[in-house]
Design a protein around this ligand. Structure first.
Ligand code: UDP
Ligand code: MG
Length: 329
């Protein structure tokens, strides 16, 4: 018995299987990273289970990459760094992490410490307890009133339209069980919104409250414009409802226009041509033009995404992966 054990390849004994993979997308976070390292690693060490941290450098233009490589040197064996060839966005970065993650539980975390890494053990506990996706709801959310209100509206609307039920789509501190990660890895969409995608595949999801802090270092990497684009990804990626709503609106408006034209015709026969109503007519015309333009826009949103899918361009390009093992050599 003892002999067979001794004959086993060395690494099978010295390298316990990774149980927890933590994935952190990073974009220009040089100010936050030192604070993140200071809190993340002790929180993970405290769990006393084999873990790995995968940082994805999403095309940062500051000192992010050297800082990540430093962290990897300090903790070889548990830290891996993926260096993207440009800025492909937070969700693509997380997908790259999913592809590499070895753990049976995979946790995603923002680098800016708005969600405390100390919550990770609680989330892993939920997975151990049988949940396959652990979502989080930001308790006392510390963002601008505008962001909070906008996100409340978006969350409600998204649930109505996609038929999913999530309280907080924006909070990225989440945990996933291995089987869900495998399914996500198999789906090759170019515009993926991770929490919604996972929710779709989950069989026993749960949401827990976690605290939320103000971003202390650096600025949010999302401008208003990027947020709107992201939400279009979410909406179009999970339902055809906007498209169908447009069609219904088109039918309704056409029907009303026919009635309106009939009314004008009858009025002309009995009352004679009207000149004063010109501006009313203009107003109506402008309204219809607005409707038409937004309809074309929404159709364009889908066509654009179909275009992206058929091009089959890679979702992200990795310049280099700094693997844990090679740091030891
Ligand atoms: N991020 C990224 N690529 C991007 C934008 C953001 O990897 O193009 C990362 C960022 O470094 C952070 C996380 O995604 O770790 C969330 O970004 P941020 O805190 O700016 O978003 P917010 O909290 O304002 O929603
Ligand atoms: Mg943030």
């Amino acid at each position: 018995m003892r002999e067979t054990l001794n004959n086993m390849p060395g690494e099978a004994r010295t390298c316990p299987a990774v149980e927890i993979s933590v994935i952190v997308p990073v974009f220009n976070e040089e100010e936050s990273l030192p604070h993140l390292f200071e809190r993340l690693f002790p929180a993970l060490d405290g769990m006393k289970r084999p873990y790995e941290v995968i940082f994805i450098n999403d095309g940062s233009r500051d000192a992010t990459l050297p800082l990540l490589l430093q962290a990897r040197k300090r903790r070889p064996g548990v830290t891996r760094v993926v260096d993207f060839n440009g800025n492909f966005g937070q969700h693509m970065a997380i997908l790259a992490g999913f592809n590499l993650a070895k753990g049976s539980v995979v946790v995603t975390l923002d680098a800016d410490l708005q969600n405390p890494p100390e919550e990770i053990p609680r989330m892993v506990e939920q997975v151990d307890g049988g949940h396959d996706v652990v979502g989080t709801i930001r308790k006392n959310r510390r963002d601008s009133l505008f962001r909070v209100t906008a996100s409340r509206i978006v969350n409600r609307l998204t649930n109505r339209i996609t038929g999913l039920a999530l309280h907080d789509y924006g909070c990225m501190l989440r945990a996933y069980r291995r089987d869900v990660i495998d399914i996500i890895n198999e789906s090759a969409e170019t515009t993926a919104f991770i929490p919604a995608l996972a929710q779709k595949f989950a069989t026993n999801p749960v949401e827990i409250e976690v605290s939320h802090n103000e971003r202390e270092q650096g600025q949010s990497k999302y401008s208003l414009f990027r947020l709107i684009r992201l939400n279009f990804d979410l909406m179009t990626g999970f339902s055809l409802a906007p498209l169908q709503a447009v069609t219904m609106a088109g039918i309704l408006i056409s029907a009303l226009s026919v009635l309106f034209a009939a009314y004008m015709f009858v009025r002309r026969l009995f009352v004679g041509p009207e000149a004063e109503g010109v501006f009313t007519l203009l107003a109506i015309l402008f309204l219809l033009m607005g409707v038409t333009i937004s309809c074309i826009g929404i159709e364009g949103e889908y066509v654009g995404r179909i275009y992206q899918e058929v091009r089959k361009r890679p979702r992200y390009v990795v310049r280099k992966i700094y693997e844990a093992d090679e740091a030891r050599g």
